[in-house]
Ligand binder design. Sequence first.
Ligand code: FE2
Length: 300
Amino acid sequence: MDVTVNNQSTCSEYEKLEPLGWLANGMNAENGRIISFPTIPQLNDTIGSSDRVIENGYFYERELYSPIDMGNDTDWHSFKEHWDRLAVDKYMADGGTYRLRRYSTLFFESHRMAILKMPYMPLFKSSSYNSFAGDIFRDFQETESTLFFNPYFQRLLNESLRVFIACENQRGRTKQKWFIEVDQYRITADKNQPGKPTPEGVHSDGTNYFSLMLVAREGVRGGVSSIYDNVLNLKKEVTLEYPGDVIMLDDASMMHGVTSIEPLEDHGVRDILHISFTNLLRPGSINRRFGFGSEDMLTI
Ligand SMILES: [Fe+2]
């Protein structure tokens, strides 16, 4: 893989991009730890949800990827246990300790037929899309590599990629290079501190699309997800209750928020796998995602 900064970029734009690691620096990409997935996504939308994402702005399906026999499914148990090994997010503007997470970045371009795990890079979001922790580089522990090879992770990743590739194809954007971000979130709630899944309120993530799947919801009430269009008309309200519940969202045209969670008794948790997808070749995507730059800046 060769990732370089285009010589035509301005110095200030390069300086802003440089801390983003592999996205801005080809040497890091070549020397990095890259994982190819043995399960190659077929480039069609096997669950037919791209039409719904385009028509409605979202797709929601209860228990889409739920384990059939949760009690005896060792793959599910090892998948779920990854959420017991997250670290407290130290970048919370409200000083809260109720959010734990890990973060990694992946890359996919269709002619390579494999999804690549890219070297570490910090998380950076523009304050235009993140008033809570925008315009700062945030360091998180990386996703554990065992998660990438778990069938439940692979299912959400591969199916989401198929859906969003189909969306882009239907919209006539067949040139695609996907910057994929993997976020594991645990929101905790106890009597002293309710948990806020979206402390920034109703917002857009600044990506093109994302999928989220409920991994666990234990001992809490609240946590109602709301989906709005870009002028804040409410389109959907749903509570993710069952492990395997999935929402896929057209993040570029929709907004979203989740109400706080409170413990039913002493303590509760809400665990989410969130995977976002940004087509770096889509006009305006890089600027939207990072708050600066354009697709002309990168030769990938
Ligand atoms: Fe969000």
